[in-house]
Design a protein around this ligand. Sequence first.
Ligand SMILES: NC(=O)c1ccc[n+]([C@@H]2O[C@H](COP(=O)([O-])OP(=O)(O)OC[C@H]3O[C@@H](n4cnc5c(N)ncnc54)[C@H](OP(=O)(O)O)[C@@H]3O)[C@@H](O)[C@H]2O)c1
Length: 214
Amino acid sequence: MNKKLISLLGGTGDLGTGLATRLLKAGYKVIIGSRTLEKAQHAERSLGKNTKGLLNKDAALQGEIIILTVPFAHQRGIVEECKTELKGKLFIDTTVPLMPPKVATVQLPSEGSAAEIAQNILGDDVRVVSAFQNISAELLQSDKEIDCDVLVCGNKKEWRQEVIDLVNTLGMKGWHAGMLPNSAAVEAMTSVLISINKHHAISHSGIKVTGLKK
Ligand SMILES: NC(=O)c1ccc[n+]([C@@H]2O[C@H](COP(=O)([O-])OP(=O)(O)OC[C@H]3O[C@@H](n4cnc5c(N)ncnc54)[C@H](OP(=O)(O)O)[C@@H]3O)[C@@H](O)[C@H]2O)c1
């Protein structure tokens, strides 16, 4: 089966690089989007074969599936900037509404969640699904096996299923975690995990769903 072309907006950062590394390993071609072509092309050279570096808008236009990996403070801006290019696409939002310096404290936006902010801006023309908020970039960038799960939220089961299939090809386990408003709980969980990391000297705690029938 032909794998879809995946663009990572703000893909030069920690999570973007980590996801790109796993996507490339799984045989995907990726586009790294950036605000500057220089940074995008630098990422293209460091990630190697099957990678292309483009400006965010061009990455949004050319990719078939788009993954957003920018800090919460810049989420709205980049979603608004690329709105036209994102029409008709599957858009995976990884944004966690962390508000430094208190990143270990849950601080959700008035819209409910970062994912709902994206869906409100993009409207019905874009299939917004949230995922990967509880996975550490450091773990994704490493060669280590990933032993934690990915909760996937979105307003249609088939949108979530497409993301779960993608997650599963990366060696993680994806779960249907309900409609987009449920993303609030998943996004909030990241601050809980940051707290656990801090107090138990763990570099990357994660979540695992139990109770699966054998
Ligand atoms: N890091 C993790 O372990 C992790 C785990 C789960 C979820 N997340 C979430 O994933 C998202 C990305 O996290 P990250 O750690 O990868 O962030 P990051 O490395 O700090 O930044 C990612 C990219 O955002 C772009 N950016 C910075 N300022 C911007 C602006 N004003 N406008 C547009 N783009 C801007 C930069 O790309 P250019 O300079 O190339 O444009 C940067 O490389 C966040 O929402 C975070 O909560 C992170």
